[in-house]
Design a protein. Structure first.
Length: 245
């Protein structure tokens, strides 16, 4: 069984589409654990309507807003699946996403896998495709993150449950780095199997903040020295400029 981890905060506009993309999966042995992080809109009511229709969809309501890392970690704690997959409340999966990736993981005996993904705007219109790398290692991941959270799956039987560090930003990237300290490499499905929804201001306004958090991960999380951090940060900037080229 696959446990799908979904944090939700004021996601009323998109949550139904995200859940529908899970319900449409050709691989049906899953549970979807949605953790609502104190939404002030009608997200909870919409999610509850799905839980009444399908017992595989489960809702957890946090009493205090804690951010996406806490929400995801609570879902991981409650999960019962053999695999952990991630889907945010405004993103979408292609109908054969789970089936394709699980078969891929079995074929290559992988503990972790990911895929390319399409980028869409708030109305669902296609913008571009993020083409991931065929294979990733810990060192290559330090240079650039080729793994979209909405595409990642890890094998609980091989790795155990691994949690995200409690950070405001880039907590998924920090989790991938933690996983890659335990495995030699991972492979990705080069075909896009998901759609990442991006806001109107997300691309430009978050670049500086993302850079600060990238540096913080090098120094505070991975404990790299200043020279190593500078080396990998230079690659991060270079690949960031080429990301969607």
């Amino acid at each position: 069984m696959v446990s799908i981890i979904t944090p939700s905060h004021n996601a009323s506009k998109f949550i139904c589409e995200s859940i529908d993309s899970v319900l449409a999966q050709t691989y049906q042995d899953w549970e979807m654990i949605i953790v609502d992080d104190c939404s002030s809109d009608d997200s909870v009511e919409k999610i509850r309507s799905f839980t009444k229709q399908d017992e595989r969809i489960k809702l957890i309501e946090l009493e205090k807003n804690g951010g996406p890392a806490k929400a995801r970690n609570r879902a991981i704690e409650e999960s019962q699946g053999d695999f952990i997959a991630f889907l945010d409340a405004d993103d979408l999966w292609r109908a054969d996403k789970l089936e394709r990736q699980l078969e891929f993981m079995k074929r290559y005996n992988l503990a972790f896998t990911y895929s390319s993904y399409d980028v869409i705007d708030e109305s669902g219109e296609y913008i571009t495709t993020f083409n991931t790398k065929n294979a990733v290692t810990y060192k290559s991941l330090l240079k650039t993150c080729s793994i979209g959270c909405l595409t990642a799956i890890y094998d609980v039987q091989k790795l155990g449950k691994i949690y995200m560090p409690d950070m405001q930003k880039r907590q998924d990237y920090a989790l991938w780095l933690d996983i890659f300290k335990r495995i030699d490499h991972a492979k990705g499905v080069l075909e896009p199997l998901a759609s990442y929804r991006i806001g109107q201001t997300s691309v430009s306004s978050n670049k500086f903040t993302a850079s600060l958090w990238q540096w913080k991960i090098y120094r505070d999380v991975e404990k790299l020295n200043i020279i190593e951090s500078g080396y990998y940060f230079a690659h991060y900037v270079y690949y960031g400029l080429r990301k969607y080229k």
